[in-house]
Design a protein around this ligand. Sequence first.
Ligand code: PHE
Length: 282
Amino acid sequence: NEEKRAYGQLVNGVKQLAEEKFQALIEKVAAANQKQKTADIDLTLPPSNSPLGAIHPLTATRQRIIEIFERIGFNLSEGPEIEDDWHNFSALNFPENHPAREMQDTFFIEKNPDIALRTHTSSVQVRVMENQKPPIRTLSPGRVYRNEAISARAHCIFHQVEGLYVDENVGFADLKNTLYHFAKEMFGKETKIRFRPSFFPFTEPSAEVDIFFNGRWIEWGGCGMVNEKVLVACGVDTKKYSGFAFGMGLERTLMVKYGITDMHDIVEGDVRFTQSFGVGKK
Ligand code: PHE
């Protein structure tokens, strides 16, 4: 009992000492933090920009094409990149032994001659006509594949944009005016285009479209009135309806518009190329 008091004082002393030390330590750490903060942050420095990505010019061009056709009433449709013979060839009136079906042009899947990587977006026309009643106004952008030698002007993977218009009383003049309108919107008011008679199994008559740009004519796409055989194969009433179709290369459109001479720049994904079109800009 006698020792209780002295002992209590002793313990209290230790407690106080510990508290003082603890408090001093807290203050020391806080002071050190404060010092470090003021040393590290210089609020007068200009901010450094973090690098931004850029929209790929192909994506931007695709978007621009869609916008132009959207405003004249075209909707968007897509189809599979792995296609069957019917949608890629047969329904489009390719004869049984047409050279385009042969191995050198088409990538077939696992030696099954019925399944291939689509060689053009015209396959989507077939799918749309099979599933929708006219009037049809649709745009089908997409990736296509051809077993071709890779060069500055060609690649085995590229992109096309297909257009299809089926309604009553559709004529070649409608086709011409639609493409003319598009060319002016895409390349500028003064743009000239010309139609050269051509052949596609799925259009009759057919034409190739050239565009006059930077002082010369450049091949740009194909078009024509949808062949009656194709309309019949897709279940469209040919007594009532006719239609036109066109297809253009997206890379080609981009090359024409920006004077790009080597296809590799477009497909290789070098960010310096992409950024040269403006960060985030269309
Ligand atoms: N599918 C054709 C091609 O790949 C282009 C085309 C589309 C031609 C529609 C006429 C009509 O070359």
